[in-house]
Design a protein around this ligand. Sequence first.
Ligand code: GLC
Length: 441
Amino acid sequence: MPNYDDLLAQATAVLEQNDRGDYTQPAAGLYPHQWLWDSCFTAIGLAHLDVHRAQKELVSLLRGQWHNGMLPNIIFRSEPQYWAERNQWRSWLSPHAPEHVATTGITQPPLLAEAVVRVGDKLDKTEKRIWYRQMYPALLKYHQWLYNERDPHGEGLILLIHPWECGMDNTPPWIYQLHQHQLAWWVSAVDKLRLSSIVNKVRRDTKSVPAGERFSTIEALALLDAQLRLRRKAYDTDRILDHALFSIEDVAFNSMVIRANSQLNHIAHFLHQEIPADLKVSMKKTEKALEDLWDPHLSRYYCRDFITHNLIKVPSMATLLPLYAGSVSAERAAELVKLLENPTIFGTPYPVPSVPADAKEFHPKLYWQGPSWVNMNWLIIDGLGRYGYADHAAALRETTLEMVAKGGCHEYFDPLDGTPAGGRDFSWTAALVIDLIQYKA
Ligand code: GLC
């Protein structure tokens, strides 16, 4: 069993090192800005150390909220050296963008309600009321945006328009969709002319992390091209959906929506507020619609193409996230637990791999194509606990902590031998380790 005092000290030091005053950068150099779900996970850990600092982390996310309610996945730093990144997105092209900060034009998994509640749990009743009152209007607006903009047919499932929105950037189902659509001529030209080594020179991520642990250059350029298409439409969802390159109902994202909805309900209830009736209806629909993503023959959940309504039957850990949603039946949860237990699927020595170990898409060190990520383990542990799988949750907690104690607070880990990979001194790894040390199922 790892020495939890040492691990706690190490994790605390990482958060201090990445602290930028009002928010925490995910990793110095590699990720210098404020990211949406990163700050949520970070606040969950910070709440154990300094609850007021944790509150600040979440309040600072609201600086980036768009007038239509969207919370962007990145709020950019304002120093001159980050001009190129701000300019790549040009959020100012949209009338909905905030005036005083530059952001992206897309979102990320909605973990804010969860984080607000976790932080609230550390406050006394009066402080909690003040805290919830401060966050509730922005949260409500965000959830309304999710449905108004991203569920245009009122089906209950939120659609995503870029792989970066799902948080698992190069996860196989999304990469599969990317290859199904024609690559832009300039991306194909880079490929054909073998210019990727030149392009590699301008990538920030491969400066601090070995290229074999990241996206391929072609994938990175295809994602950039997909982003530029969104910019050309000034991030206007209707215009984007007119000729969408990607529109996917992601099973992991929608599972997090379901949990976020129930946490939002909890906050509203505490404040004696009524959730608007149309939002309530949508929330219920999501729980039902998630079941449409279940494939009864393969016994897994899959992402779905919004346009064709076909399931994208490419394996990834997203199938497990309904455990975190908490809305699926005990029988379905039991099927997912079986996948987790199986050593050839998700029960690797250091679970949970981001892609099942028996899939041809599995690469143990390649970013979201195999490695084990602490944030995803945290979500699954939480879900297992709520479904009554206390022993499974405890076992996964322990291997997760052991993996980080052995390798350090890295971004991700090889699920076969626990070797650390990706960026070092990574904030959400540190923060969630702090939370897991305290966790009891
Ligand atoms: C990568 C991850 C994303 C994360 C970001 C900052 O892009 O895929 O989920 O939010 O890094 O850590």
